[in-house]
Design a protein around this ligand. Structure first.
Ligand SMILES: Cc1ncc(COP(=O)(O)O)c(C=O)c1O
Length: 412
């Protein structure tokens, strides 16, 4: 598929605007040049100078002793959980956390740990909630060992933590002897928006995972950050999981390029997502729009309109969006698009509203076709779906309906 920005586009090829996720970006010519120029070596031997440079750069940025380059954010999260825990332990996280919903049951599979799920404020949990959820020292209970936060929160529609809340959670974990991990797949989106940075956030956590392959625009790669001893153990676990790579400095070079060049521009993604959110909130097929805090705009589909038809109608205009949950659609902005692309999306959304082509098929005869469309999309989640009557805030917090976080929705 040829993208909107022209990265890799061929003359006369179809131009697509892909808002499904910020994972869909292709390396820009400058990033590719940096990759091709990389000096490489065998990283399993520790010989890749570019990987070593990236790890040292990121560790220094966050004030951590060491870092480990891995193929994916799933791997960095799962390694962290494994290193921090013992089988039979419990970890605390939000009920819509990526580590719980979208990592293939890895908490149980890799670490034999059980999660204690807390209802969240758009993916965020509080120090007060955590304090109430720590098991007492008693052989009946699993040992509460680890707390995992996600910032920004994917299922929370890109919501970010305040520095104060992270500080309170960090202080609590230290006081109660718990380890604290941050899934920072989109942490740099929080940095440009929230007014804090790696120097403030780094010391609060025992381990941090950051993804290079999302808003930062790399094709592959995540980094795990922590103490020298933690990273030494993480290195061993990465090997066990088959994540030792050889001349991966070509990929690390993209990471260095991204950390040096692609952070500030995340503000553009946020501005564009807000523009989409504002336009969406005035359209008849939109039930409600969740707050747009960073680069993710989520909306519920209004009664009488068919989410699937809306997705298909946009697709026929070469615009791709994703289904996040039954009756809930998501648009994510990223570096493979510009202001002109956003205006093209705005125009397409307005056309849909004007033509009514996203209307549910049976709506014309007065039956509640849209309701059934949502119901059938729900799949295993079944009962209730979460589109109608649910506010977008309820959807992203997971409070809309049983199963609203699970099933057919997007994960990335
Ligand atoms: C919040 C969050 N954490 C972790 C991941 C996993 O990253 P990866 O796709 O690199 O495994 C994702 C992926 O989208 C994510 O959104």
């Amino acid at each position: 598929m040829t993208g909107a920005s022209g990265n890799g586009s061929k003359a006369n090829a179809t131009r697509w605007i892909d808002l499904r996720s910020d994972t869909v970006t292709r390396p820009t010519p400058d990033m590719k040049a940096a990759m091709m120029d990389a000096e490489v070596g065998d990283d399993v031997w520790g010989d890749d100078p570019t990987i070593n440079e990236l790890q040292a750069y990121a560790a220094q940025l966050f004030g951590k002793e060491a870092a480990l380059f891995c193929p994916s954010g799933t791997m960095t999260n799962q390694i962290a959980i494994k290193v921090h825990t013992q089988p039979g332990d419990e970890l605390i996280c939000a009920d819509n956390a990526h580590i719980y919903l979208y990592e293939g049951g890895g908490i149980a599979f890799n670490s034999g740990v059980q999660p204690k799920l807390l209802p969240s404020d758009r993916g965020r949990i509080s120090a007060a909630q955590i304090a109430q959820s720590i098991n007492m020292e008693d052989s009946h209970f699993p040992t509460t060992r680890l707390v995992c936060l996600e910032n920004t929160a994917n299922k929370g529609g890109g919501a970010y933590y305040s520095l104060e809340e992270m500080e309170a959670i960090s202080a609590l974990c230290r006081e109660r002897g718990l380890r604290l991990h941050l899934d920072g797949a989109r942490l740099f989106n929080a940095f440009v928006e929230a007014g804090y940075g790696p120097a403030e956030v780094g010391p609060l956590f025992d381990s941090i995972s950051i993804c290079l392959s999302k808003g930062l625009g790399c094709p592959v790669g995540s980094l795990l950050l922590g103490s020298a001893d933690f990273i030494r153990r993480a290195h061993r676990t990465r090997k066990v999981l088959g994540g030792g790579m050889r001349q991966a400095g070509f990929l690390a070079a993209a990471g260095l390029y991204a950390l040096r060049n692609n952070v500030e521009r995340l503000r553009d993604d946020h501005r564009r997502a807000r523009r989409l959110g504002t336009v969406l909130s005035g359209l008849p097929f939109v039930g409600g729009v969740a707050p747009v805090d960073t680069n993710i705009a989520i909306f519920t589909v209004a009664p009488g309109w068919d989410p699937k038809a809306i997705v298909e109608s946009l697709k026929s205009r070469h615009i791709l969006i994703s289904t996040m949950a039954p009756g809930v659609l998501r648009l994510v902005t990223h570096l493979d698009m510009g202001d002109d692309d956003i205006e093209a999306v705005v125009q397409a959304l307005q056309q849909l509203a004007a033509t009514g082509e996203g209307k549910a098929a049976a709506a014309a005869d007065g039956t509640k076709a849209a309701g059934s469309a949502v119901g059938t999309q729900g799949g295993q989640n079944g009962a209730g779906g979460c589109g109608y009557g649910a506010s977008p805030a309820a959807v992203v917090s997971g409070a809309a309906a049983p199963g609203a976080n699970a099933g057919t929705g997007t994960s990335d």
